[in-house]
Design a protein around this ligand. Structure first.
Ligand code: DGL
Length: 262
């Protein structure tokens, strides 16, 4: 394994940065390629059939192009629908991002957990299975929001985003029967940690958790003992459609200074 083989992160947009950031904290000189399928953004309003066909095909092309040491599907929607298909199609290790229901079940006191994801993620059997396996003694309430995904993209791109729009888009989770007793919310979309400060401020008694740190540890574990460059190389962001110009500026703090298209 050459030291300059990158880790390939994949999302529909900029949500995967919430996985990239804790990964860079653990492996600071890791070569990074970040791929955003913004031509098909948002994934959360697409069908299972579309995602299951699109994601493995795209990751096949990306893998041929950048020869990664590891692929991270930094997207809950793509992972809960297409993780098995991607693993079957690629011959590199693949790490998925699935809702952090297990840690939520371990820490909830009220035994009422919220899962905030995309519309596609919250209806997946994968989420039913995680709930049955790890949270059988809890009530798991779900809400899918496309608005929150858009708001996270806008915020990162430096647009004027209204805090109340973010808080309002999450509110239906808490308005369900039992929702007022939720004490732990799983941010089951990688875009949402980018809005977590506002959600926390609006719900002070509620813990908002995501899988970012756990996935970063998993990546570090799977690449343990491999060679890394002595200094961090420039990271590359690959978009499937022309990104808004403001985004390029927003990616630089994440080490992504080369912007290209597929
Ligand atoms: N960031 C993605 C996720 O974790 C998908 C957002 C979208 O494109 O709808 O689910």
């Amino acid at each position: 394994m050459s030291s300059d083989a990158p880790i390939l992160f994949f999302d529909s947009g900029i949500g995967g940065l919430s996985i990239l950031e804790p990964t860079r904290a653990l492996i600071p000189t890791a070569p990074i390629v970040y791929a955003a399928d913004n031509a098909a953004f948002p994934y959360g309003t697409r069908s299972e059939t579309e995602i299951a066909a699109r994601v493995p095909a795209l990751l096949g092309r990306l893998t041929e192009r950048v020869r990664p040491r590891l692929v991270v599907i930094a997207c809950n929607t793509a992972s809960t629908i297409a993780l098995d298909h991607v693993r079957a199609a690629l011959d590199v290790p693949v790490v998925g991002t699935v809702p952090a229901i297990k840690p939520a079940a371990e820490q909830t006191k009220t035994k009422i957990i919220g899962v905030l994801g995309t519309q596609a993620t919250v209806r997946q059997p994968y989420v039913d299975n995680l709930s049955a396996q790890y949270a059988a003694d809890c009530t798991v309430l779900r809400h899918g929001s496309a608005a929150l995904v858009e708001l996270a993209e806008q915020r990162l791109a430096g647009e004027d985003v209204d805090t109340q729009a973010v808080v309002g888009a999450a509110q239906p989770l808490f308005d369900q029967p039992g929702g007022d007793r939720i004490d732990t919310v799983v941010l089951a979309c990688t875009h949402f940690p980018l809005l977590a400060d506002w959600l926390r401020a609006a719900h002070p008694g509620v813990a908002f958790i995501d899988g970012g740190q756990g996935i970063a540890r998993r990546i570090a574990y799977l690449t343990n003992g491999q060679q890394w460059p002595s200094t961090a190389p420039e990271g590359t962001a690959i978009f499937t459609a022309t990104p808004p110009p403001a985004l390029a500026k927003a990616l630089a703090p994440y080490g992504l200074t080369r912007i290209t298209s597929l």
